[in-house]
Design a protein around this ligand. Structure first.
Ligand code: SAM
Length: 266
């Protein structure tokens, strides 16, 4: 996958993509990330990228010209043919659709993803209307710029690219993931998420300052471990994110466990 990021702070990205899975995926050629400085697409002495809002009001707005010119220089498919070219131009915006694991999974299928990072009061609306094919928000809060959100999207999407994570099953079992392939738990899988939050994980030491790892995890009994993981995943989801239960794929066993959990909470 190729990722292009348009920003007025290109140096912001020195760091986020130089560690762990993203760095390895870049080295392996699974993802190519190019950062573009919007000031390079200005034509005045001051390299102006922003201007005052029409109609008055607070702050400054990112001008459309540098953003359009940058995209035009990148040979991106036109808006109408973008879907079939498996390309997407995404405007980072607090007003966009909410980013989520299903959106990350959708984006991971693209050949190319172009991210436009806003700043100041935002981006001239014509960018969202005539250049980008989607607007994405990373959550219901306002950030100073789109760069952090862009880095988050690149991270979440890259780890879903085939080969990016050593054991692909692990991305299928994670929180929010309802991958149908994971529903048939394979020999290396003990409990797929199926839309729930992930189950608790423990490693050595078994006893840390008197805080002990649950007995069942030493039992060697795969069926008991699977049931324990499913129950704890259901418990955590019920406690922290009950909204996810509506869309989760729940088996009859899950429904019984959930009824017990809810009973316990009353
Ligand atoms: N005036 C805008 C509003 O109230 O929605 C906020 C603009 S914000 C200060 C500047 C830029 O940060 C935005 O253009 C966008 O690119 C980015 N941004 C802020 N919050 C974001 C969020 N939740 N998700 C994605 N991008 C965000």
């Amino acid at each position: 996958m190729r990722v292009d990021i348009l920003t007025i702070f290109p140096e912001f990205f020195q760091g986020p993509f130089e560690h762990g899975i993203i760095s390895k995926a870049r080295q392996a050629g699974l993802v190519q990330i190019e950062i573009h400085d919007l000031r390079a697409f200005t034509h005045d002495r001051h390299r102006t990228v922003d201007d005052r809002p029409f109609g008055g009001g607070e702050g400054m707005v990112l001008k459309p010209e540098p953003i359009f010119e940058c995209i035009e220089s990148l040979d991106v498919a036109p808006l109408a043919g973008r879907g079939s070219a498996q390309e997407s131009v995404v405007l980072l915006s607090a007003q966009g659709e909410r980013f989520s694991q299903p959106v990350a999974t959708e984006l991971a299928k693209l050949q190319r993803m172009i991210l436009i990072c806003g700043r100041y009061e935002g981006v001239d609306e014509r960018v969202g209307e005539h250049l980008a094919d989607r607007e994405i928000s990373i959550g219901d809060y306002v950030l100073s710029g789109g760069e952090l959100g862009g880095a988050i999207i690149v991270d979440a999407v890259t780890r879903l690219l085939p080969g990016a994570v050593g054991n692909e099953n692990s991305t299928r079992q994670e929180s929010f993931t309802s991958d149908i392939a994971a529903v048939q738990d394979g020999p290396t899988s003990t409990c797929s998420s199926r839309g729930l939050l992930d189950y608790p994980h423990y490693t050595r030491p078994a006893d840390f300052r008197g805080m002990v790892v649950p007995e069942v995890l030493f039992s060697g009994n795969h069926e008991e471990i699977r049931r324990w993981r499913r129950r704890t995943a259901l418990e955590k989801t019920w406690r922290n994110r009950p909204d996810l239960l509506n869309a989760a794929v729940l088996s009859d066993e899950d429904k019984k466990l959930l009824a017990q959990i809810k009973g316990k909470d009353i």
